[in-house]
Design a protein around this ligand. Structure first.
Ligand SMILES: Nc1ncnc2c1ncn2[C@@H]1O[C@H](COP(=O)(O)OP(=O)(O)OP(=O)(O)O)[C@@H](O)[C@H]1O
Length: 461
């Protein structure tokens, strides 16, 4: 769990011991020995949790001053959660601290497990008080559907339950997975993402479970698999709907046994990961045993989170437009402009088959190509430039990535182009053919999704 913990204690040994214990778990842990430095430190950033010693060395500060600090903290706009630390005999002081705003107290010398549990509880209370909207900051949207989604994420994240995220391309499934991890008890660990659809069958086991040196020709050294590398954190299994059945069987065995055996190893290794998976497969397909093993599904979908397509939460479109138009205007050093009323009308009525990813690309394109005082609908490069935005995808020209005037010019202009430019055009053309669907585009181009993402970044698409 990533959090900022401050330890205010005049005993340097105690503060260092606490810092060593807590740093690995919470990330940012600072110590302060003199309470006089507290206001300056708070001005730099308010900690999530403050461990406040009320038993300073006699003559340095007494309990009354410690309590006065609590009053100072309570006056902050967003005070930290305070856990008071007192000597065993000082229960009345601890009770007074609780009355003055401390959320909890522990007695010194503390028990490590009790200290960690007290901090975890304080953090959980804080997250609950801030509410679900603040819980997933990168996930923008204030529609009822998004609020419900964020509440679900906030509720599910602190549990260890495996979560399956469902939704169309570009709706934000990966963002949801990241929010779940960030709000989980495993947040201090890594979130490792694996594109399951792009793992070749031949390297599937080695990638996921690892291998020992010499176990096959290319095994030049021992290598940890993704399951081991994500130990203590979460494993994001993306595109699980594209996994071949053989691979599904291997994954199932690992999840059932809670252990994996690296290739060439003689002993299995226990796994300690939380699984968050995602797919854009329609549920009818996912529940088809010929496509996906029901027993594996059962392991993965303890909790199912459905991310609604953008067309079902159109209220979020203005907010997303404003966010991404501002973002790209800053990036490309272009002036801030408004979306003209006619453009907004077209953008609101558009079906957004590529969801937020397509909206993001459309904003980038508008920032780069827009010439008028306001953004016009044509700047966004939507199919038919807004003329046919009623959802008739079949009739509408395909989505065009930013910076690409027309994918159709690929063949005509190929003679004058560099290899790099040709690659960009080819990618853009295939992307538009599949309405921004990364999986299908990658498959058609014969590269992995990861490789396609790298190329999108390289070409600025
Ligand atoms: N609610 C949102 N707020 C802000 N940005 C969003 C939101 N949802 C998605 N995005 C952006 O849209 C893009 C696609 O999001 P993401 O990769 O999470 O989608 P996905 O559903 O996992 O897509 P795919 O199925 O194609 O892998 C990203 O750039 C992401 O930052």
């Amino acid at each position: 769990m990533s959090a900022y913990v401050l330890i205010l204690d005049d005993d340097a040994d105690v503060a260092t011991a606490a810092q060593l214990l807590l740093r690995r778990r919470y990330g940012k842990v600072a110590t302060l020995s003199d309470p006089a430095g507290l206001p300056a430190l708070l001005a730099q950033g308010v900690p999530d949790v403050l461990l406040l010693d009320l038993n300073f060395t006699p003559g340095f500060i007494d309990g009354a001053e410690g309590l006065a600090l609590l009053d100072l903290l309570r006056a902050q706009a967003q005070p930290p959660a305070v856990i008071a630390m007192t000597a065993y005999a000082d229960v009345p002081l601890a009770v007074e601290a609780l009355k003055r705003g401390a959320g909890d107290f522990i007695t010194k010398p503390w028990d490590n497990a009790r200290l960690v549990a007290a901090i975890d509880q304080a953090l959980a209370r804080r997250a609950a008080l801030r509410g679900p909207a603040a819980a997933a900051p990168d996930l923008m949207g204030e529609s009822a559907a998004m609020r419900e989604l964020k509440a679900l994420i906030a509720g599910v994240a602190p549990t260890e339950a495996n979560v399956m995220v469902l939704g169309e391309n570009g709706v934000g499934k990966e963002l949801v997975a990241r929010a779940i991890h960030a709000l989980s008890r495993r947040a201090a660990g890594t979130l490792l993402a694996v594109d399951m659809g792009a793992l070749p069958e031949s390297t599937f086991e080695s990638e996921l479970f690892g291998h020992r040196k010499g176990s096959f020709t290319d095994a030049k050294a021992d290598r940890a698999g993704r399951f081991q590398a994500a130990r203590g954190g979460s494993l994001f299994l993306d595109e699980i709907g594209n996994m071949p059945l053989v691979a599904q069987a291997k994954l199932l065995t690992a999840l059932e046994r809670r252990e994996v055996t690296p290739i060439g190893a003689d002993k299995p290794e226990a796994i300690d990961v939380r699984i968050i998976s995602a797919t854009n497969l329609e549920e009818t397909r996912l529940f088809d045993p010929a496509v996906f093993r029901p027993d594996l599904l059962f392991r993965l979908n303890t909790i199912v989170i459905r991310v609604p397509p953008l067309r079902e939460r159109r209220e979020d479109i203005p907010l997303l437009l404003s966010h991404y138009l501002t973002h790209y205007a800053l990036q490309y050093e272009r002036p801030a402009r408004n979306v003209s009323p006619a453009a907004m009308d077209g953008l609101l009525r558009y079906e957004w088959p590529g969801n937020v990813r397509a909206l993001r690309h459309a904003c980038e394109r508008a920032v780069i190509l827009g010439q008028g005082a306001d953004y016009a609908l044509s700047d966004f490069g939507l199919p038919g430039s807004g003329a046919a935005v009623d959802g008739d995808e079949a009739a509408a020209p395909a989505w065009t990535p930013p910076g690409i005037a027309s994918p159709a010019r690929t063949a005509a202009a190929a003679g004058d182009m560099t290899l790099d430019a040709l690659e960009r055009e080819a990618i853009a053309s295939v992307l538009s053919q599949f309405n921004g669907n990364i999986s299908h585009a990658a498959k058609t181009l014969g590269i992995s999704r990861a490789a396609l993402y790298r190329k999108l970044g390289k070409h600025g698409i």
